[in-house]
Each structure stands twice: as structure tokens, then as C-alpha cells.
Design a protein around this ligand. Structure first.
Ligand code: SAM
Length: 229
């Protein structure tokens, strides 16, 4: 059985797509997506030898070697242009996800949908999408095994549109999520707010170097954004 987190990623795959799952580890996502009828074929990319072997073993175990191609390599380098319509990248930090997208930009020609699941720092993913004209068409936030996860789904389009006049806070909390404001969203940002306030109060009472003042100002700005949301 697939984790709730990855199952939600799979649900955003367009039916009949050819996908690349980058950082696939055990290749659970592409195997499940195929067995559930979401995809016709997949490439599972992995840069580290151990997880690469686990992916190969798993694909063999479920007898899908003819539809899931496990490739070893860094990020989108495992892809040829035009091989897939949809790319999934899940379970990494937002900075790493945006680096993978940036470094492999030219491989995205022909890709129509990105499904990204940053464990932390989703803001970096949204910034990359905005800068590269990918429009967020959907977002999800959910709690799974006591952790809260965000999923960002994007297609090529008017990247600014989902944000309306709320670009700055939208990048932080998600333009779709901020409208929906479900339970997991409120939980995440209530927790984050308390945490930031704690750091800010510690900073403001400690010695004030120029650097710490700037840091404090940044935290206070973020606190303000979250409070507004
Ligand atoms: N995608 C799976 C999931 O969400 O459960 C696995 C997540 S696992 C925490 C992250 C995986 O990404 C690791 O197996 C790691 O080796 C792989 N990885 C990290 N950087 C990568 C890169 N630049 N290219 C390909 N794979 C990468």
C-alpha cells in the first residue's frame, strides 16, 4: 500500500500520461500509478546507487520492467526531450526540487504538468514556477503519519494569475491552499507562527548586531504575512 502522501501525488497525474518520477527511491509511485491505471509508462530516476537498486528490484518484483524504466542519474538528466508528459518529484526539500528543475529546464520541453511535493520550503518551488511561467493549477495539503505535506501541481500558463494581489503571502503559504484553508493548513501555519514568534522574541532580547536586526526584521515580516492569512 502506498502512503497517503504519494497517493495524493498520483491522483494529480493526468490519465494516460507518461511520467518521470525523479528521486524515485523504491519506485513505489510509478508502480502504483501504473497498477491503478493512471499511466501508460514511466521513467524512474535515481541518483544514489542504493535507492536505484531498490527501484530496480521493486519494478522487477511487480513484473513491470516493460513499462517502468529505472535510470540512474542526476535529476532530469535521465530524460530525453519529449519522453514524458508529466514529471513528479516528491519527498525532498523545496530548494533541491527547484535546483533539479532549474538544472534540467531544457528537458521539460514537451512536459505539460509538474507535480511537486516539497517536504519543506515549498516557497522555493513556487518561486521557481513563477519565474519560469508555470501556473499553479492545484495544491493539496495533508497530514500523513503526523507530518504535514504540501503538493503543488502546475501547468504552463500565466504564472502570476493564481496569486491575484497577494503574491508575497501566496508564495509562502500557497495561492490555492490559502483560499481553501483546510484543517492541515491551519495546523501547519498556527504551529509555524508560534515557532517564528518564539525565535523573534529570543532575537529581539539578545545582543543586536546589524545581522541579527536584519534577521529579526525578516522573521517579523513573515509573522505579519502569516497573521494576515
Ligand atoms: N520520491 C520518494 C518519496 O517521495 O517517497 C523518495 C523520497 S527520498 C526521501 C528522496 C530521494 O531522492 C532519495 O532516494 C535520493 O537519493 C533522491 N535524490 C536526491 N537528489 C536527487 C537528484 N538530484 N536526482 C535524482 N534523485 C535524487
Amino acid at each position: 500500500k502506498l502512503s497517503k502522501r504519494l497517493e495524493e501525488v498520483v491522483k494529480s497525474i493526468p490519465k494516460g500520461a507518461r511520467i518521470a518520477d525523479i528521486g524515485s527511491d523504491h519506485a513505489y509511485l510509478p508502480c502504483y500509478a501504473y497498477l491503478q491505471g493512471y499511466i501508460t509508462e514511466a521513467i524512474a530516476g535515481e541518483v544514489v546507487e542504493g535507492p536505484f537498486q531498490s527501484a530496480k528490484d521493486q519494478v522487477k518484483k511487480v513484473d513491470l520492467e516493460n513499462v517502468i524504466d529505472v535510470r540512474k542519474g542526476n535529476g532530469l538528466a535521465v530524460l530525453e526531450k519529449g519522453e514524458v508528459d508529466c514529471v513528479t518529484i516528491a519527498g525532498m526539500g523545496g530548494t533541491l526540487i527547484s535546483t533539479i528543475l532549474e538544472d534540467g529546464k531544457e528537458k521539460l520541453e514537451g512536459v505539460t504538468r509538474l507535480i511537486l511535493q516539497p517536504n519543506i520550503g515549498a516557497i522555493n518551488v513556487r518561486k521557481w514556477l513563477l519565474d519560469n511561467e508555470w501556473e499553479i493549477i492545484d495544491e493539496k495539503i495533508l497530514e500523513d503519519e503526523k507530518r504535514i505535506y504540501e503538493i503543488v501541481v502546475a501547468e504552463r500558463g500565466e504564472a502570476k494569475k493564481p496569486y491575484g494581489d497577494e503574491l508575497e503571502s501566496g508564495l509562502l503559504v500557497g495561492p490555492v491552499l490559502r483560499v481553501e484553508k483546510n484543517e492541515a493548513f491551519v495546523k501547519k501555519w498556527t504551529h509555524e507562527l508560534a515557532h517564528l514568534k518564539q525565535i523573534a522574541s529570543r532575537l529581539s532580547s539578545s545582543a543586536q548586531t546589524e545581522e541579527s536586526k536584519q534577521k529579526l526584521a525578516r522573521f517579523q515580516q513573515e509573522i505579519k504575512l502569516i497573521e494576515e492569512v
